[in-house]
Design a protein around this ligand. Structure first.
Ligand code: ATP
Ligand code: MG
Length: 519
């Protein structure tokens, strides 16, 4: 049996991982200069956290989440599994015995489940209580009817009881995080961070999970670098500074040709009226839209603007723009954002269709498009989410803004533009002779103390073969250590790029190697 990484996930290997590290390190450095500190978050959270914040009618929540029920194996779980896997066909020769054992099994399950529910080992929700009561009744009926029913009727009851048992929630429903803003806000509330002076500025780096159709730039485990600013103020200069930080980072990693798009999607004062207007307009052209967009007329008309279907484009082009329907406060906020961006010499383009796929955004939204990525070309999305802290049970006055960079796509774009990371091996120690080995071990230790990357072959090799391997490993230098060198108390060092060779004492060697590293 051969194992392979599952669909949509992948390994990031050296030397590519070195490039990833360099990019993540650049984010740490740049964000730190803006006063952001790292938050390390759990990989899984209650599914409800994402459902509440990201929104039910989003692709992420409705179809992309890796959700699972979290419970410990126990007697009640074992009985549940036995009930669920009970065979539904029985031999006409002996129709009663198997049903009798099902009835015993199911009764035992009901009493164990009731005990567990009373003790709180199964979530004590009204739903669970109601379902368990029904299962109890059905199992009682099954037992009472067992004698007089035929195989078909009994099987029908078995199926019905199984269905019912499936409805019981045995543990918390958790999900692998599809994004991290919800977790940051959850942590902000949980740790009472609103009492901290000034704004709370946090960044995170790590994997996210969405069950999407895998393709270039779209994976089921992908990585994000994100930052969030939470606090009492929604001043547009904060939005501009967040964008400035983002562009600083992109400049630091040499991402060229990135384009910034901005929009404002209003707030709870003006957006509802615009959404109604949009809904009305969409209803007029309903039959020209695809099934997804038709559904969204009811559930979330803004998302129609997100559509990439070519036949819908001419229709969407004629829809009313939100910019013409913002309330005074939102219009002024947006205008000031643009002034703030201009005063920071930040180029942007307005895109009235930029609504973002998550429910929590309001007012400022932005996106960055990079080169070399085909249709998965958004490397970063972000925006303001002033109501989210309140929605998740935190202080109502807290405002927030943030972004998430898709690291996988950023790396693809950088690599497309020629970025590579070289093998980091600096020194290969080619040794020969039993006495040379301890000297080679001692030298390796000394060099590593000076932060040089050293390869020390475990087995003796002829110098020719050893140097050949050093070359193939991409080492910059080979240090040759044989009987001659031991006798002379010197090392022969060969620069592999041009064959330059010299004999040096240990002190000279150290100086030579550490100097040439920075050169
Ligand atoms: P898209 O428009 O590509 O579906 P999105 O709107 O779902 O992106 P966000 O949830 O805003 O994206 O996430 C921010 C960034 O994370 C995106 O701009 C993108 O770079 C990256 N991203 C999102 N989903 C994936 C994925 N499945 N694989 C790789 N990167 C992703
Ligand atoms: Mg998406």
């Amino acid at each position: 049996m051969k194992f392979q990484a599952i669909k949509g996930v992948r390994d990031i290997l050296p030397p590519e991982s070195a490039l990833w590290n360099r990019v993540e390190q650049a984010a740490r450095e740049v964000f730190q200069t803006y006063g952001y500190g790292e938050i390390r978050l759990p990989i899984f959270e209650p599914t409800e956290l994402f459902a509440r914040s990201v929104g039910l009618d989003t692709d992420i929540v409705s179809k992309e989440m890796y959700s699972f029920e979290d419970y410990e194996t126990s007697e009640v779980i074992e009985h549940r599994n036995a009930v669920l896997t009970f065979p539904e066909t029985v031999s006409p020769l002996d129709p009663i015995t198997p049903f009798r054992s099902f009835s015993d099994l199911a009764s035992r399950f009901v009493s164990l489940a009731q005990e567990a529910l009373d003790a709180g080992r199964i979530p004590r929700t009204p739903e669970n209580e109601a379902v368990l009561r029904l299962v109890g009744q059905e199992v009682g009926q099954f037992r009472a009817y067992l004698q007089n029913r035929g195989i078909a009727e009994n099987n029908l009851l078995v199926v019905q009881i199984k269905e019912r048992v499936r409805e019981i929630k045995f543990g918390d429903v958790l999900a692998l995080r599809p994004e991290a803003t919800a977790s940051v806000v959850r942590a902000y509330i949980e740790h009472g961070m609103h009492t901290q002076p000034g704004n709370v500025k946090l960044y995170y780096i790590g994997p996210m999970f969405r069950r999407e159709r895998p393709q270039k730039g779209r994976y089921r485990q992908f990585y994000q670098i994100g930052a969030e600013l939470l606090g009492p103020s929604d001043d547009p200069s904060l939005d501009a500074e967040v964008i400035e930080m983002l562009l600083d980072f992109f400049a630091r990693v040499n991402l060229h040709g990135a384009k910034l798009y901005i929009n404002s999607i209003g707030d709870k004062n003006c957006r509802p009226a615009y959404v109604e207007l949009l809904r009305g307009e969409l209803q007029k052209v309903r039959d020209k839209l695809g099934a997804d967009s038709q559904r969204r007329i009811e559930t979330n008309p803004l998302r129609v603007l997100d559509s990439k279907r070519s036949e819908e484009q001419p229709i969407i082009d004629r829809l009313p723009h939100i910019a013409d329907h913002l309330c005074d406060a939102c219009r002024e906020h947006y205008a000031e954002l643009k002034r703030q961006l201009a005063s920071r010499q930040i180029d942007y383009e307005e895109n009235w269709r930029l609504v973002r796929g998550l429910d929590y955004y309001m007012r400022t939204t932005f996106e960055i498009i990079a080169a070399g990525l085909g249709s998965q070309n958004a490397v970063c999305g972000g925006g303001r989410y002033d109501g989210l802290v309140e929605l998740l049970g935190g202080p109502a006055a807290t405002k927030g803004i943030g972004f998430a960079i898709g690291t996988d796509r950023l790396m693809l774009s950088l690599q497309e533009a020629g970025a590579t990371a070289k093998c980091g091996l600096e020194v290969y120690i080619a040794w020969m002779g039993a006495q040379a080995y301890p000297a080679a071990v001692a030298l390796a230790r000394k060099l590593r103390e000076h932060n040089l990357s050293v390869e020390l072959p475990a087995q003796e090799m002829k110098f020719g073969k050893s140097l050949n391997l050093a070359d193939r490993l991409g080492a910059r230098f080979a240090v040759i250590l044989g009987e001659d060198e031991l006798a002379a108390g010197q090392f022969t060092v060969k620069r592999l790029a041009d064959g330059d060779q010299r004999k040096l004492s240990e002190a000279e060697l150290l100086e030579y190697l550490t100097k040439s590293r920075t050169a």
